[in-house]
Design a protein around this ligand. Sequence first.
Ligand code: GLY
Length: 439
Amino acid sequence: MRLVQSLMHTPAEAIDARRTRAAEALAMDGAILLVGAGSPIPVPGGMDQVHAFAPHPHYQWLAGHRSPGGVIAYDPTDGVWHDFVPPVTTDDAVWEGRTTSFGEPLDGLTPWLESRRGKAIAALGVPFDGVTADTDLSSLLEPRLLAARRPKDEHELEIMQQACHATRHGFDAARRVIARQTITERAIEIELNAACLRAGGHGIGYHTIVGAGTNAAILHFSAGDRVVEDGSFVLIDAGCHINGYTADVSRTFIKGTPTQQHRDLYAVVLEAEQFSLERCTPGQEFRELHLETAVKLAEGLVHLGILKGNPAGLVERDAHANFFPHGLGHLVGLGVRDASGYVPGRERSDRFGLAFLRMDLPLEAGMVTTVEPGLYFIGPLLAQPDRRERFADCTNWDEVERWLHIGGVRIEDNVLVTESTPENLTADIDKSFDRMIVA
Ligand code: GLY
């Protein structure tokens, strides 16, 4: 726990290096930059409560702390970065016990702006009132700052490793409770989350997904009161965060005795995941990797008798996407989709097999990406008459019927791209088929 606490304080050298990297990437040429943290959002209805606050990741990355209402200001002419934060009030001290703040008093922002009157303002992060930003300039600079943030520095990687470690404790706890004679999805979620927090997690990085049986096919399923039946998959997608840096891991367990269908489907997804994980190297275009992994999945579906034809041709037609309707992955770090996206000039495709690809960029050393192939039998999707007709020549719909009860499998790791072999930060969370059987 002590280690986790120390990780909350970003070293000054790390912040200086980030700001230098940002200044070079932004190449602002006479304009000035403001980056807003955002403010807590009140719970409606006069509750005296706010939703859990998370600053805009651009802000946290540049400031090194998570102060609500903070503003980073930068003028390349003098090269000085300012870190303006609201003053601590008596109310803060009385209600929250907060007596100190980071940075300079926010009052300083107005004179700082006054003395730069006439300069174009790029406003990134969370917008705030009272400033007229140049929206074209802001849009131009946004992808530049995203690009600067993508490779993680040592401090960030250390926190992410801690978050992955705490998340492993969550999955270990899940394994233990799935073994209970009677266990609901919700009870698994509770135990997983609690174990993550006990192991040092500051919070849960995103809504924990636990789906048993056919619920495993619902991509962002919210755990309910379904009791996990013997002979069913339990798909869990979860990660805790430390100081905002989250892990994002998926594992699919089998409760009780697996069938051949469990084994076969799992083997296809595991092989595809290993295939994609090994290819997370500098210069690898993520879109290409998504499509190559889709071909591996299509090969598996052909082998299982679900699809018919040439796997590459099936992917070109999006026939595989009826069973893999999401992207291969996204960057992860300061939030669950940290600095993902498309490089300027690339557009999201409206093809079913590509529309949910969260990023289209070449991988670089220092990036942490998820790889998360999956195969699902999503009843309402596969029942659509027009879909059945369109893919009638290449899909064995009778065979599909035999799989509808099984739900789905997703396997997801967090991979650090390095100059040499990719480093799997979540490698110690078991995923071999035999380890996923919980009897
Ligand atoms: N792990 C959930 C998601 O990436 O959507």
